[in-house]
Design a protein around this ligand. Sequence first.
Ligand code: F6P
Length: 591
Amino acid sequence: MSHQHFVPPAEQDLTTLYEWEKLVEHAERFTTSLGTPTAVDTGDTLNLRKLFQEQPGRASDMTFQCGPLRVDLSKNLIDPSGLNLLVNLARSKKVEDYRVAMFEGQQINTTEQRSVLHTALRLPVDRDLTVEDAEGNTQDIAADVHQVLGRMRDFAKALRSGQWQGISGHTIKHVVNIGIGGSDLGPAMAAEALRPYQTAGITPHFISNVDPAHLEAVLDQLEQQGKIGAESTLFVVASKTFNTAETLANAHAARRWLLARLERTGVDVSTEEQVRQITAKHFVAVSTHQEEVEEFGIDPKNMFEFWDWVGGRYSVDSSIGLTLMAAIGPRDFTNFLEGFYDVDKHFSSEPLEMNVPVLMALLGVWYTSLLGAQSHAVLPYSQDLDRFPAYLQQLMMESNGKSVRLDGSAVTTPTGEIYWGEPGTNGQHAFMQLVHQGTHLIPVDFIGFVNPHVDHADATGAHSMHDMLMSNLFAQSRVLAFGKTAEELREESLDEALIAHKVMPGNRPSTTILGDKLTPRTLGALIALYEHIAFVQGVLWGINSFDQWGVELGKAQATALLDLLHGESAVDTGDSSTDDLIHHYRSRRER
Ligand code: F6P
């Protein structure tokens, strides 16, 4: 049992540390070689061609196994002494102590006085975790997690076997998750990624945006099922707080649609009791707030709980994953959790020098805070991981988009990596030109899988399409790292006027993450890897990775402006731009 009370150590400015000063000097050796037209530099500058020449075992020295993932860090712009300095920096910033504090359930989310225990969501059933708060109240966290998981499994089994039926006796074929941010991105991304595991004929759908077009697009798909569309649909209203405006608007609109469609098929929707019974068969909730769930009309026995020590963006493995479990089944959901746990074990036990989330976090800080990188691309060579970059955007940017530290003082370095990306090979035909020959330093994470779920022959019949996909991944990381020099181009007798245009500068960093196959377990591991990267970076920068105050003012102002968008009342928001926008909107709005 641990006591949750957490006293953050006095903030030690990253930039005052010995290792930081050394890293600043070290960074100059790379910056002078960045963006130069030749990849092979002379003198003291560091580049990847030279690093690979000097260190023959570099690939194996810098490739690590992290649960089911093989992570090759060798094409990163760092040499052994720089890596050593980065690891020592992590030690000076007490990453190991913070790691223990998080896993024990100490309240490291200091602005909300909360523990950060998403790691408890994947504890095996025989593991114990009891946490005590400052008032001496204890919670048997592991038992609570497994109790909810048990209820989720029973529910998913009832849906998948046809035992759970809609109001008119139809089995459920469509599960529509209504939620936004962490209550959408994780399950939506994972359901798509695990498409081959959707075996019970239940199609998952996701509605997040308050733009009515999103609701309409999903309802249209249900309408296409004819009269059984509504009768075979179940809605999962997923909201940690159960007061998110977008989610409540969508949930109410979905219920109105459901009642109208059911009425057309002859179901009586005229009394409160009938509506209550229909809601009980067609709506369940996932939330930490029972009162609000009841207020919406969902019976608490159809509510799947989670807890305030699970951040929204860290919640895909909580009951927020209910729609995912309904689609892929309880066994594969358990495999998914096992993948997270594989990486938790690695992260909590490996020394920092061999700890993949720590090393990747350090490299991210090195690029962002020392080499001036302004963004980080994540390129899954997997169409099924289409939504993974969007998922990472919330995970990384809501976590580490902060400019004050735990003690309220301003940060002294750039923080928060800007994540973006698209599946390869599509990106190669869109933005990769800029990554290869542009002026920005953009570290890339390539993600690929050795085996596909299905494969086809290429145009010639001599190769497989999956092999084509992966040869592109390997080629991209190779070209980024090693480029092509003017001398090499001249050896090919290229027209001199074209040489400057065709030089590939190289020396552009990337990490390659390979899994055997995109299974539930591999996906869980991949998510946990980035969760821990976000955490370590937060510790290094001295910020709270688990609050998100920056999103609140926009929500409050949207609510305040809503009334002004209709009616005749005077518009005086305090700034002429907003006033004019609202006047224009009012004058053109067709109602
Ligand atoms: O946009 C902020 C946020 O609070 C996210 O952190 C969260 O994932 C999302 O809104 C949805 O919140 P809820 O699950 O409470 O509806």
